[in-house]
Design a protein. Structure first.
Lengths: 217, 193
């Protein structure tokens, strides 16, 4: 952990930005797929799930980072999971208090934030090696990137599956919703297509950057 | 108390509401370990076992927590039980078959964060299953998970011989196949309640 402080390293804004695009948890790292697919049948559900996950991730990243020198190496994973589970319980009761409707729509998937590999992954790969402020920003960036991906998926699925976005109807009455988009298989298809587009974008970006990098080295 | 018969519970958990293809639980190992048929089968076995043990423990814990009136501890105690069961399985596999241990690699400890297992514990509590029902439910879920994993691995082994456009390679094509699999599993919808 001293290494990162001594070396110039990426700036704090970079810790935040990287989660949004370059290391986007869903599109690039393909982590935390279960909630991504399960609760994105409408944009509202996707947004609330994204926010809940961000909340847990920011808090657990901060706490793990603050305690990183006290946690014995052998039991670190168990400790991380306990920390995460505590915050998830908080979020569960919080959502129940704010909106019972959303709580019902998300169902067991709020509790299942505990086993979102993304959160544990960030705790292990980042928060346990970096300072509190950096871990906070990293958690926030990853959370926002995660929410962004969920929104992309939820938006697409709601537009085609129910012909609306955030509950506002988009098409004239004659529109026949593609029911398959709300069903589980629609989630797989949509995410597959989004990943495909993302792959395409990234390869093109690399092709454009390749000659420049070649000259630099 | 839930009155579903054991047969219905088993069918429901394994086919109709398949954990992977209908509930989206356990997608990470589903995408990660489904490259080879053999590894997939063994992974399925390991997950089945963890599911059975943690389902039994979850049942007992839930009884206890209801008795002392502390439902907010449910999530935390479930995850601790699952983590220890996984640790047990890991030690067992390492001792019995080191080669399998290497093949499963990081995905073995990651069974802890397999949402299918925690999901199972939560669902059986929500549905109010009794002890036998819980065990059958866990068995069904395990079989369903293994089935999905094995089907996927079989398709992906064949896929290696096909020419896939570069753009779609990797996770994208896997997800699309999963979509088709999920679509065909919807055909079982008439079977259960």
């Amino acid at each position: 952990m001293n290494g990162s402080r001594q070396s110039a390293g990426p700036s704090s804004t970079d810790e935040f930005i990287k989660g949004l695009w370059r290391e986007n948890p869903v599109f690039v790292q393909v982590l935390g797929m279960c909630p991504v697919l399960a609760v994105t049948n409408s944009a509202v559900n996707a947004l609330s799930m994204g926010l809940a996950t961000t909340f847990v991730m920011v808090l657990s990243n901060t706490l793990v980072s603050a305690l990183r020198n006290f946690i014995p190496k052998e039991v670190r994973i168990a400790t991380y999971i306990l920390i995460i589970a505590t915050f998830v319980t908080v979020v569960d009761y919080l959502i129940q208090a704010v909106s019972l409707e959303i709580h019902r729509a998300l169902g067991a998937f709020i509790s299942l934030i505990v086993v979102n590999c993304l959160i544990l992954g960030r705790a292990e790969a980042f928060a346990s090696r970096n300072g509190v402020a950096r871990s906070f920003l990293d958690g926030l960036g990853m959370g926002v990137g995660f929410t962004f991906a969920l929104l992309c998926l939820g938006g697409v699925r709601e537009i085609f599956g129910s012909g609306s976005l955030f509950g506002v109807a988009l098409f004239p009455d004659g529109f026949q919703p593609w029911v398959v988009m709300i069903l589980p298989s629609g989630g797989f298809f949509t995410l597959g297509v989004l990943l495909l587009l993302f792959n395409r974008l990234r390869t093109r970006q690399k092709e454009l950057l390749a000659p420049v990098e070649g000259r630099a080295t | 108390m839930n009155q579903d018969t054991l047969g219905t519970i088993f069918l429901n958990a394994s086919l109709v509401n398949n954990f992977v293809l209908a509930y989206f639980l356990g997608i990470c190992p589903f995408l990660g370990v489904s490259g080879k048929l053999e590894t997939a089968t063994r992974m399925g076995g390991a997950v089945c076992f963890v599911m059975l043990v943690s389902s039994m423990c979850a049942f007992a814990i839930n009884k206890f927590l209801t008795a002392i009136n502390a439902p907010y501890l449910q999530l935390i105690s479930f995850i601790v039980v699952i983590a220890s069961t996984v640790q047990l399985v890991e030690m067992f596999i390492k001792k019995v078959s080191p080669s399998l241990f290497r093949q499963l690699g990081i995905f073995l400890p990651l069974i802890t964060t397999n949402c299918a297992i925690l999901g199972l514990a939560l669902f059986q509590t929500n549905k109010g299953y009794n002890f036998t029902q819980s065990i059958v439910y866990a068995l069904g879920a395990g079989v369903g998970f293994t089935l999905a994993l094995v089907l996927m691995a079989g398709i992906r082994e064949k896929l290696e011989l096909a020419t896939v456009p570069q753009m779609v390679q990797g996770t994208a094509i896997t997800l699309m196949i999963a979509g088709i699999l999920s679509l065909s599993f919807m055909g079982f919808a008439g079977l259960g309640a």
